[in-house]
Design a binder for this molecule. Sequence first.
Ligand SMILES: Nc1ncnc2c1ncn2[C@@H]1O[C@H](COP(=O)(O)OP(=O)(O)O)[C@@H](O)[C@H]1O
Ligand SMILES: [Mg+2]
Length: 261
Amino acid sequence: MSVVSTFCKKGGVGKSTFIGFLAHYYATLGKKVLIISADDQNSIFKIFGVEEKIFDTNDNYLEFWLAGHAELGDILIEARENLYLIKTLNTDKLSMKLTLERSQEKIIKKLIVDCSSYFDYIFIDFPPSSNRLTEILLDFSHHILIVVGLDSLGLGGFFNTIQYFIDNDIDLTKIKYVLPNGYSKNRRAPKVSLEKLQEQAKEFTKSATVLPALQEKSIIKNLQAEGISVFDVTSLERYDQTNKDLLQKDLLELFKLINLE
Ligand SMILES: Nc1ncnc2c1ncn2[C@@H]1O[C@H](COP(=O)(O)OP(=O)(O)O)[C@@H](O)[C@H]1O
Ligand SMILES: [Mg+2]
């Protein structure tokens, strides 16, 4: 079992989007996949069009499980075949508890280990903010993928992330991939940002592979607005269908470069 995380200390760069792509892809290969949302916004639910399930199951969330008030089976929400989600509601409170009671860390570790008998992959969708919970979950991650938005602010997010790892003694070599997101060949800013990122990654994340940039594509937002995943078998109106197929093709090329074993 592998624990895979998307992280960046900046919001809106595509962390949830990309982990959704990756997780669903592995689920379509027949792997058992869990996505833990460590972000109170639980935007991964919207991405899969199962937002109503956040409210349907009021008590069943990550913190309840950690406190021993729920079993794993109670808090899993099925989003697709082989793909399950866990929501969170109050990570700040949980983090405070984790800071005050170090023994709680062991509970999280045990629960993650328990998950390995059910799941082939655990994906963790992080918020841009950080607290004790993020530190612990990053520490449990085998593969960390940093998603960087291709603009001047995005690059700042990359540096803040490196700084955060250093400040909190999180192993930088866990960063296996850096994904530049939002490339556009018609605009100057993303090109310049990509060049800078490639240069900086050589210096700060030596052990990571910088993936080819994912293009800025309006189909990504359009599909999310409908709760449709790029790996869903659906028939869309012709223009959207073509763009969905192209996005899927790009992602499959990208995934060839990613090894999560
Ligand atoms: N390559 C892309 N092209 C166009 N829109 C994108 C792309 N990647 C992400 N988005 C959009 O950007 C917004 C933020 O993405 P999200 O994955 O929620 O970011 P984060 O999890 O880092 O906050 C969403 O509306 C998403 O649809
Ligand atoms: Mg997110």
